[in-house]
Design a protein around this ligand. Structure first.
Ligand code: NAD
Ligand code: UGA
Length: 458
């Protein structure tokens, strides 16, 4: 079949894979190729054992794969053939040198820019899909303009707002699609071309166009605002525990104000995921580099509050279990950073597991999708860790349960049966406030919710 356009995506991760699957599905006249340096990942994208767990994704991939959606490691060929290249490589926090622990590590992104220059033979639109520091497109343009073939590359920013666990739905029905371009004739033309892709299924009024720098910065700001709401309610959860107020009642009362709304004000053990922390730290680093220290301090507090919330949760477990957890069997219900994903990047579960192991607890990790990643995260740590997908087996002879992830399956467990198999006194620390605390208390558990009065038998 002759395709009307060749789209390439460099980076077959949580963003590149799902985004391109939906573009391929909705734009059958385009050829969409996703390339990656990671052969194993590409192999799995070409199988039914996809490298990431995402509800609805396998169906979407199956519907387009082999027709107009292709996964490959042939990067030079992919670049040569492409009219539009989405760059969707990872941009983690830098772990070395200047800006270590704060700035974005742009080495993967820069490598792709050089590869594009090396292998291109015709003009292209280069789309920044990765989350990048504001004004990165300027550096991208400089690298791309250093080509002896006189090829014109137009750089466009099209940040991705999907959330893991709901990626397919978020892509099918986004709140908005953001496209930033240079405010020049060729910039506007490129923005129109990218908009035309999404217009296959996204209502035109939801496609927002801005200048390049606003698009780049909006992505960091959106994540900072979302995380800020979580840190705000988590800060209040600590105060609730001192005053017998109930944080869930507060979320409802406060969120009922339509100006505030209910989203992202559920108290938790802390936010995780690969992006909130890294993007805020990046924002903080950018502000400091412009000498805006007050602005930097303001946003840095969002991350500090998140660290505090996780520390608080661990300390509570140790204190309430009589200040010693040596050899006590503690079950982490959940390990993914949120429900409906197997992703554990920056999951509060990692911090919690490490701290409990330092206290020499015997850990059991139970998660429907994240055990493979949990094993990698905790590899090499000293101490006893058992990985058990079945919650009933996991809790046998355990002394405590700590809820880390809000999986629906955990809400429906038979806690009478679980209580019967546990050692007494039995504890529940609900880091997500998903369980029926009063019922658990009636069964015999000592219950410690987040930001609510505890229910104990002593
Ligand atoms: P990821 O680590 O899952 O995937 C990135 C992929 O890029 C990896 O498979 C890696 O092998 C590949 N890669 C790196 N350098 C390459 C190169 N030179 N050539 C070919 N492949 C290369 O990352 P992700 O979670 O998909 O995130 C990608 C970007 O999107 C990040 O900037 C992130 O901040 C942003 N983002 C992520 C999410 C999310 O939910 N994960 C949502 C919105 C935005
Ligand atoms: C987040 C944003 O929601 C996406 O818009 C963005 O594209 C993405 O980051 C990114 O840039 O990577 P994601 O991290 O996948 O998506 O998941 P969220 O649903 O935002 O949850 C993040 C964390 O906050 C999870 O640990 C979740 O449990 C926690 N959370 C969320 C709370 O603790 N309380 C809440 O009320 C909501």
């Amino acid at each position: 079949m002759k395709f009307s356009k060749n789209i390439l995506c460099i980076g077959a991760g949580y963003v590149g894979g799902p985004t391109m699957a939906i573009i391929a599905l909705k734009c059958p006249s385009y050829k969409v190729t996703v390339v990656d340096v990671n052969e194993e990942r590409i192999g799995r994208w070409n199988s039914d054992d996809l490298p990431i767990y995402e509800p609805g994704l396998l169906d979407a991939v199956r519907a387009a794969r082999g027709k107009n959606l292709f996964f490959s490691t042939a990067i030079p060929e992919g670049i040569r053939a492409a009219d539009i290249i989405f760059v969707s490589v990872n941009t983690p926090t830098k772990t070395f040198g200047l800006g270590a622990g704060m700035a974005s590590d742009l080495q993967y992104w820069e490598k792709t820019a050089h590869q594009i220059v090396t292998y291109s033979e015709k003009p292209k639109i280069i789309v920044e899909k990765s989350t990048l520091p504001v004004r990165t497109a300027e550096a991208m343009e400089r690298i791309l303009s250093e080509n002896k073939k006189n090829i014109h590359f137009e750089v466009v920013s099209n940040p991705e707002f999907l959330a893991e666990g709901s990626a397919v739905n978020d892509l099918l029905e986004p709140d908005r699609v953001l496209i930033g371009s240079q405010q020049t004739e060729s910039g506007f033309k490129a923005a129109r071309e990218i908009a035309a892709i999404y217009a296959h299924w996204v209502p035109i009024e939801k496609i927002i166009t801005t200048n390049l720098w606003s698009a780049e910065l909006s992505k960091l700001v959106a994540n900072a605002f979302l995380a800020q709401r979580i840190s705000s309610i988590n800060a209040i959860s600590a105060l609730c525990e001192k005053t017998d107020a109930d944080v869930a009642e507060i979320s409802f009362a406060v969120g009922s104000d339509t100006r505030i709304g209910f989203e992202f004000i559920n108290a938790s053990i802390g936010f995780g995921g690969s992006c909130f922390k890294k993007d805020i730290l990046n924002l903080v680093y950018i502000c400091r580099s412009y000498g805006l220290n007050e602005v930097a301090d303001y946003w840095e507090k969002v991350v500090k509050m998140n660290d505090y919330q996780q520390e608080r949760f661990v300390k509570k477990i140790i204190k309430e279990m009589f200040n010693t957890i040596v050899a006590k069997k503690i079950v982490l219900l959940g390990f993914a950073f949120k429900a409906n994903t197997g992703d554990t990047r920056e999951s509060p579960g990692i911090y919690l597991a490490k701290k409990l192991l330092e206290e020499r607890a015997a850990l059991v990790i139970c998660d429907p999708q994240a055990l493979e990643n949990a094993r990698k995260d905790l590899a090499g740590l000293e101490g006893e860790v058992v990985y058990e997908p079945d919650p009933y087996r996991a809790t046998q002879a355990a002394q405590a349960i700590a809820v880390i992830t809000e999986w629906d399956v955990f809400k429906k467990l038979d806690f009478e049966k679980i209580f019967a198999g546990m050692r007494k006194p039995a504890f529940v620390f609900d880091g997500r406030n998903i369980l029926d605390h009063r019922r658990l208390f009636q069964i015999g558990f000592n219950v410690f919710p987040l930001g609510k009065p505890s229910l104990t038998h002593f």
